[in-house]
Design a protein around this ligand. Structure first.
Ligand SMILES: [Ca+2]
Ligand SMILES: [Ca+2]
Ligand SMILES: [Ca+2]
Length: 669
């Protein structure tokens, strides 16, 4: 039967049953408007054969008690469902787990309606919206599966001149410039410091297994040699029966996560699978210091102490899940205990115009799922879940959705030169930057992000890739480190506090574009105009150690290596003008060793010192608050006070986006 025939048939049916529609008493014009307002998104890019509806509470209750899954007992709805020949009317969310909290968020009111793909989906949406019990109708718009070129890593072929001691023994860590860039990576104008400053962050923590990161992506290869020990394993399913939901959580055999596209086990070997999820997961949680492969941002120290991941598979064989399955994947992440949601996926930039359109009266099925994730407290150190997104690879001055939504952190990408990558989205809706890597035609691939892939036909298990998809898991890993560090120190963070810490713990990159106006598009020819990106790469380049020190409440003082530095404490205490005198403090031996500090002395409000090697150290500085001497005895004077700082010495780029730094060494170009 062709589409036209079905349409005509359905129109005739509606005319016959219109007396039961609730909107029948309205004027036809206002009824049209009311119906249109119920419809979320547009049919552009929507798939046929599925719509998502949000019903009123009474109907939801009736549906829950209904014996037939396509019968609500609400006559108007049942008639439309029958007209559409719906094969399935099923709840989007899983009320078997944590039902009470889900009811408060009205999650029980979302249903997915499946019907023949021959039926015109716009017509079906309008017909459902005409039913009074249906409060919203959402098109099943699919996200764009990111197309990524993965180039197998052959570490021997990579021209690495790096010789400094690395913190862990993983052989390919030397190629992971994005963690700690000493400027030797084979990339034009590579800049030391264009990285997430991870090595010194690892001195504070490298993760904790209580912190669960959900990787919403393609399936993650759970047999990978450098990832298999990083999974949160569902023991009941691991030791249970095939085809049985052993832990009664609504999902059969969800040992390492769940495949929301094919409804079953995680997969990564279907034709069309790229390895995208495995690459992203490796950046978060490849096992550190195991003598194998690469490192992950929060991959521990080799003692089984890294963060744990679960795979929430929303892409398979080049297909993306629709919104109901995506929403269920996000819900599943929360129900399995995740407190970080890693998302390198989304709609194309501009496909959804603004926050109002995305939230649509605060109710779309994805928004409902995100709200649940953000509200669910899964970790003692954080009162909700943090959601991190890639800003998208459209090269546009706006992030795609969901990344652009103001409740989520979205990540833009810089290259090994610290400059924006040609593909990254920037400006509107972009919150923070991280290394995403960049291909070049002239020098192979070492400027890309190096991580894990499922074993390819040639036996490669590691690959380079570029994209905001690759930048995003750096921030997810850092969020996981922040939560781990808070757990270590008995600190409890609220979700807004953690978001504030992440977007404010950055180094300023765009002041250092120098006189360079254009940057070549190394991979595709042409160039990008850097003026368009100035101050528009979110707040700046995220810095892992600064994130941890912000969790601790300790101010960072950036210092150069190999030249004398003057720290004026009034830049950090007071407004830069107040009367503060430093007191002689002993700089701890540890700090002197870590930074190779020589010739330090206190002069008025200033500490003068020279760091001879890169590193970081905690230092407590003492000062007089009020007057120029401490009061006591026959002296009326100030009070002795002290504050802890962390000194961070880096070679090359040391850029402080705060107002505190008196240093402006080097510059970028
Ligand atoms: Ca299960
Ligand atoms: Ca099972
Ligand atoms: Ca490793």
């Amino acid at each position: 039967m062709n589409k036209g025939k079905i349409l005509l048939f359905a129109l005739a049916s509606i005319a016959a049953v219109s007396c039961v529609h609730d909107d029948v008493n309205m004027s036809s014009e206002s009824a049209e408007v009311a119906i249109a307002k119920k419809i979320i998104n547009t049919s552009d890019d929507a798939i046929g054969g599925e719509l998502i509806i949000y019903v009123d509470d009474q109907t939801a209750l009736q549906l829950e008690g209904a014996a037939d899954a396509t019968r609500s007992g609400v006559m108007a709805l049942d008639q439309v469902v029958a007209e559409l020949g719906a094969t399935e009317l099923k709840p989007v969310f899983n009320m078997l787990v944590n039902a009470e909290q889900k009811r408060e968020l009205n999650m029980h009111r979302w249903y997915s309606v499946s019907f023949s793909e021959d039926i015109d989906v716009e017509y079906a949406a309008k017909t459902l919206a005409e039913v009074g019990a249906v409060k919203r109708v959402q098109y099943a718009t699919r996200v764009v599966v990111p197309k990524t070129n993965f180039v197998p890593a052959n570490i021997d072929a990579v021209a690495q001149t790096r010789t400094e001691n690395l913190p862990f023994n993983d052989p390919q860590l030397v190629g992971q410039w994005h963690y700690n860039n000493d400027g030797t990576v084979n990339f034009p104008n590579a800049k030391a410091g264009a990285d997430i400053n991870l090595f010194s962050a690892w001195k504070h923590t490298a993760g904790r297994p209580e912190v669960i990161v959900a990787v919403v992506d393609e399936g993650v290869c759970y047999t990978h040699e450098d990832l298999k020990d990083s999974f949160l394993v569902n023991e009941a399913e691991l030791n249970g029966e095939e085809g049985v939901d052993d832990d009664e959580n609504g999902y059969k055999d969800d040992i390492y996560g769940y495949n929301f596209v094919d409804k079953g086990r995680i997969t990564w070997t279907r034709a069309g699978d790229q390895g995208h999820g495995t690459h992203v997961a490796g950046t978060v949680a490849a096992v550190n210091n195991n003598g194998i492969g690469v490192c992950g941002v929060a991959g521990g120290t080799g003692k089984g102490d890294g963060v744990r991941i679960i795979s929430c598979q929303i892409m398979s064989g080049g297909d993306a899940a629709g919104p109901s399955a995506t929403a269920a994947a996000i819900e599943y992440a929360a129900d399995r205990g995740a407190c970080v949601l890693q998302n390198s996926w989304g709609f194309g930039a501009g496909q959804i115009a603004n926050d109002n359109m995305f939230e649509t009266g605060e109710t779309s099925v994805e928004v409902t799922a995100f709200k649940y994730f953000m509200e669910k407290k899964n970790c003692e150190a954080l009162d909700g879940g943090i959601v991190i997104f890639a800003s998208g690879n459209d090269g546009k001055n706006v992030a795609g959705y969901p990344a652009a939504w103001n409740k989520l952190i979205s990540v833009s990408a810089v290259g090994p030169d610290g400059l924006p990558t040609y593909y990254t989205n920037y400006n509107l809706g972009c919150n923070v930057s991280a290394p995403g890597g960049e291909y070049g035609t002239a020098w192979a691939t070492p400027g890309c992000v190096l991580s894990t892939i499922p074993t390819d036909k040639d036996g490669n298990k590691y690959a380079y890739a570029q994209g905001t998809s690759m930048a995003c898991p750096h921030v997810s890993g850092i969020a996981a480190l922040a939560i781990s560090y808070a757990l270590d120190n008995g600190i409890k963070l609220t979700l807004p506090e953690l978001k504030d810490i992440i977007v404010s713990s950055v180094r300023n990159i765009t002041d250092f574009y120098g006189n360079m106006s254009f940057k070549p598009k190394y991979a595709e020819g042409g160039s990008i105009n850097l003026a368009n990106y100035k101050n528009k790469m979110g707040t700046g380049l995220i810095d892992a150690e600064r994130v941890l020190m912000a969790v601790r409440g300790t101010t960072c003082i950036p210092l150069p290596v190999g030249e004398q530095a003057i720290i004026d404490i009034t830049n950090y205490i007071g407004d830069g003008k107040c009367q503060i005198k430093m007191l002689k403090s002993d700089i701890p031996e540890e700090a002197i060793d870590a930074l190779g500090i020589t010739d330090y002395k206190f002069l008025g409000s200033k500490l003068v010192l020279t760091c001879t090697k890169p590193g970081s150290a905690l230092v407590t500085l003492k000062y007089v608050a009020g007057g120029t001497a401490v009061g006591g005895g026959i002296i009326t004077g100030g009070m002795e006070a002290q504050q802890e700082f962390v000194f961070i010495a880096r070679e090359g780029v040391i850029v402080d986006s705060g107002t505190g730094s008196p240093y402006n060494p080097g510059g970028w170009l």
